[in-house]
Write a protein that binds this ligand. Structure first.
Ligand code: AMP
Ligand code: MG
Length: 388
């Protein structure tokens, strides 16, 4: 048995072999850079107008309008003192432009332009190199590409990006009692639901799963299922069969497949019988079958490993401290991840904390971490791992 901290440290300490691939820019969201990105030219690459209005030469209240430049206009225009041109946002400002005034602050009569106020030198001009200088580092290696990051990389004219490959995940659910939704359910059977929750959580965080398989509690079948699944994945997630029941064959089946245990059993609630193992460059998590345990363990342990394997700077779920909205006593003898809801800046611990119950997790938006046998008063801060 390890503590939560030890388990997370074991995950962080894994020596991983990051692999690189080239991806089209549009398919890079959530991927992490395999090398620094430099600006190939200044951004903006030319002085341009921040407004629809007039580009002016000299400081005055009256100008003569001598032409027009729209965005994308290629012609080189030069201004002489006292001259103005109509200009539009993003258009290159003419040579000798002192300032741009916005249209709303001007009056036009024929080719005469008059202003309410004298312009200030440089106003409304976006200077060449004002955001980035040529050869400057734009993003460092390991930066995980956000929508804005993707936009900026595009503005550098880069169409293909060197990123770290993301791990491929397979899911195996085990249990004789499990029936796929949509099929008739016999006496004593339940619908298999963990694979849906796990697959959705995998995808929501930007990873892919290749296949999911349901296997009955049969040692040989589980062993063979693990063997085949390891071949086509980087990370194998199993659900169920990892406890100490007579039908819990997963741990032995993993051993017989050459998977080396990194930890087994974590001093926590829910999800005590969590297993983490490794075979070469392949990682295996065997999650307890109870629905809330399996999803909670995915969020707290599997997700950090998926981020590591994708070279991401992210280490897991986003987490923040929030004040609790009510007094609360955690009577459990183990540190707990409790289903909770953050609303208007306060966190409420929800009812129905049993590891078999998942409705409270579905209606909540966070897992609140509370130490064993701890009394909290309203307003005390607790760590919340955001799951929505
Ligand atoms: P186990 O970890 O196999 O002992 O299962 C613990 C509990 O979780 C039992 O009540 C199982 O029926 C339930 N369970 C196991 N796997 C799943 C699954 N894939 N979907 C829904 N419930 C499951
Ligand atoms: Mg079972």
């Amino acid at each position: 048995m390890v503590t939560i901290k030890e388990a997370l440290q074991i995950i962080r300490d894994q020596q991983v072999d990051l692999r690189i691939e080239n991806r089209n820019l549009g398919e890079c969201l959530g991927y992490s850079l395999a090398k620094d990105i430099y600006a190939p030219f200044d951004i903006p690459s030319f002085d341009n107008s921040a407004m629809d209005g007039y580009a002016l030469c000299g400081i005055s209240l009256n100008y003569e309008i001598v032409g027009e430049v729209a965005a994308g206009n290629q012609s080189e225009v030069g201004l002489k003192k006292g001259e103005a041109v109509r200009i539009f946002t993003g258009a290159k400002v003419p040579e000798n432009t002192t300032a741009v005034v916005m249209q709303e602050k001007t009056r036009v009569k024929g080719n005469r332009l008059s202003l309410e106020q004298e312009p200030k030198e440089g106003q409304n001009i976006r200077k060449r190199g004002g955001e980035l200088r040529k050869d400057q580092v734009v993003f460092e290696k390991y930066f995980t590409i956000t929508p804005a990051g993707l936009g900026l990389i595009g503005s550098l004219g880069i169409a293909e990006v060197e990123v770290f490959r993301k791990p491929v995940v397979n899911i195996i659910t085990t249990g004789n009692e499990l029936v796929e939704p949509g099929n008739p359910r016999g006496e004593g059977q339940i619908y298999e639901s963990n694979s849906f929750a796990l697959a959705a959580a995998i995808e929501k965080h930007g990873f892919q799963y290749r296949e999911k398989k349901q296997i009955e509690d049969d040692f040989e079948k589980i062993k063979e299922g693990i063997r085949a699944s390891l071949e086509t994945s980087d990370v194998l997630i199993l659900s169920g069969g990892i406890s100490v029941g007579d039908y819990d064959f997963v741990k032995q089946a993993l051993e017989e497949n050459g998977v080396k245990e990194q930890f087994y059993k974590v001093f926590q609630k829910p999800g005590k019988p969590l297993y983490f193992g490794r075979k070469g460059e392949k990682y295996v998590f065997a999650l307890p079958g109870n629905p809330a345990s399996s999803l909670s363990c995915f969020y707290i342990y599997v997700l950090p490993m998926l981020f590591r394997l994708s070279g991401s700077e992210k280490t897991g779920l986003d987490h923040f401290s929030f004040p609790i909205s009510h007094d609360f006593e955690n009577r459990a003898d183990r540190p707990s991840f409790l289903k909770a809801r953050i609303q208007e800046g306060k966190v409420e611990i929800l009812n129905a904390q049993s590891s078999s119950m998942i409705q409270s997790m579905a209606l909540g938006n966070t897992l609140a971490f509370i130490d064993a046998e701890t009394k909290l008063a309203q307003g005390d801060q607790i760590e919340c791992f955001l799951i929505s």
